[in-house]
Design a binder for this molecule. Structure first.
Ligand code: ZN
Length: 306
C-alpha cells in the first residue's frame, strides 16, 4: 500500500476531539508524538516490528541482522531504536518486499547504515523512475543487489546464507505489484509476505504496476502449497497471522473475484452493496485510503487509486 501515512494522519485528525486548528497545533507542538513502534518476537531471533507503514521483519544472526522493509523516512530513528532493544548487530541486508513508499521510504535514510539493499529487479526500476523526478539530493537508497527478470511472470529465488541462517527471497509472479518478494525462513517457519498478504484488511492492489486480483490469488496459492501448518506469517499490513489466515485472505479474494466476474456491469458501489459482507465480517476496509467501493473498482480492474 502506498499511503498509510495519509490514512493514519486523517484517522488521527478524525479521532481528535473537536477544537480549533490553532488549539490542535499548540497541543501538537507541546506534546511530541509518541513513538509508534512495537516489536513482537516470532521465533528465536526473528521479530516483527509494527510502526505506521508496512510491517517490518527483523532477523538476527550470530554476527549480523537482516531488516525486511523500512516504512517511512521520518520513522527511521524510532525504527533503529527499537531494533537496538533486541540486537546491536550491524544490519547487513535490507530487503525491500516491493517499491511502495510505505515499505521502502526509509531506504535513503538507511543506505549508509546497512551494508546492502536487496530487492527484485523491478523494484529498483520503479525507484529509479520515481527518483528521476526528484532533485539529486533526494535520490538514493536504491537496491544494490537485485534478482529476477523484468518480465514479472518469470519466477525467481535468491537464497541468502548468513551465519548459518538460510533466508529465501522468492518472486512468484505479479501480484500486488510486478516486483513482489516473499521472504521465507525455512528453519523457523516464519515468512514475511509483504503486501501479497493483508491480514483482515481489504488489500490494495497496484494495477498500474502490474498487480491484479488474479495475481494476488496465484501468489497466495503458491505460498499455501508449501507453507508449514505451524508457520507465522508477517503480512504487509495487519497483525501477524498463520496459515489459516493466509488461506482466508486467498478465499476472500476468490469470493471477490467471483462476485466481480458475475456482475461485470456493476459499479464499485453496487458491487459493495451486493457483496456478502457477513461471510467476511473480519475483513475491514482501509478507508479513507481505500473504501470498499474503491476496492471493488480496483478488483474489477477499472481504476487505480494513487
Ligand atoms: Zn504496497
Amino acid at each position: 500500500m502506498r499511503a498509510l501515512t495519509a490514512t493514519a494522519l486523517t484517522l488521527a485528525a478524525l479521532l481528535c476531539s473537536p477544537g480549533s486548528a490553532a488549539t490542535a497545533r499548540r497541543q501538537e507542538a507541546a506534546a511530541p508524538k509518541p513513538d509508534p513502534h512495537k516489536i513482537e518476537k516470532l521465533a528465536e531471533n526473528v521479530y516483527c516490528i509494527f510502526g505506521e507503514g508496512g510491517n517490518i521483519g527483523l532477523i538476527v544472526t550470530e554476527h549480523n541482522a537482516i531488516l525486511i522493509d523500512d516504512q517511512f523516512a521520518p520513522l527511521v530513528p524510532g525504527l533503529l531504536k527499537i531494533v537496538k532493544t533486541v540486537t546491536d548487530k550491524p544490519i547487513k541486508y535490507l530487503v525491500n518486499t516491493h517499491h511502495h513508499g510505505d515499505h521502502v521510504g526509509g531506504n535513503l535514510a538507511l543506505e549508509h547504515q546497512v551494508q546492502t539493499i536487496v530487492a527484485h529487479t523491478n523494484v529498483r526500476h520503479h525507484l529509479e523512475v520515481e527518483q528521476a523526478k526528484l532533485e539529486p539530493a533526494k535520490r538514493g537508497g536504491l537496491p544494490e543487489i537485485t534478482f529476477g527478470d523484468h518480465d514479472p511472470k518469470v519466477r525467481s529465488v535468491l537464497a541468502i546464507y548468513l551465519d548459518g541462517v538460510e533466508v529465501h527471497l522468492a518472486h512468484f509472479g505479479p501480484g500486488h505489484t510486478d516486483g513482489d518478494v516473499l521472504v521465507g525462513l525455512p528453519g523457523t517457519h516464519v515468512m514475511h509476505m509483504g503486501d501479497i498478504f493483508f491480514n483482515g484488511l481489504t488489500p490494495y492492489i497496484d494495477l498500474s504496476s502490474g498487480g491484479s486480483v488474479a495475481g494476488m490469488i496465484a501468489n497466495l496459492d503458491a505460498v499455501l502449497a508449501f507453507l508449514p501448518e505451524d508457520s507465522k506469517v508477517i503480512p504487509g499490513h495487519g497483525p501477524v497471522g498463520g496459515k489459516k489466515d493466509v488461506a482466508r485472505a486467498r478465499d476472500f479474494l476468490k469470493a471477490v473475484q467471483k462476485h466481480v466476474e458475475a456482475n461485470p456491469a456493476k459499479t464499485g458501489k453496487e458491487l459493495d452493496a451486493s457483496f456478502d459482507h457477513k461471510a467476511w465480517s473480519e475483513v475491514h476496509d482501509l478507508a479513507p485510503f481505500l473504501s470498499w467501493d474503491k476496492f471493488f473498482d480496483i478488483a474489477a480492474g477499472r481504476g487505480d487509486k494513487k
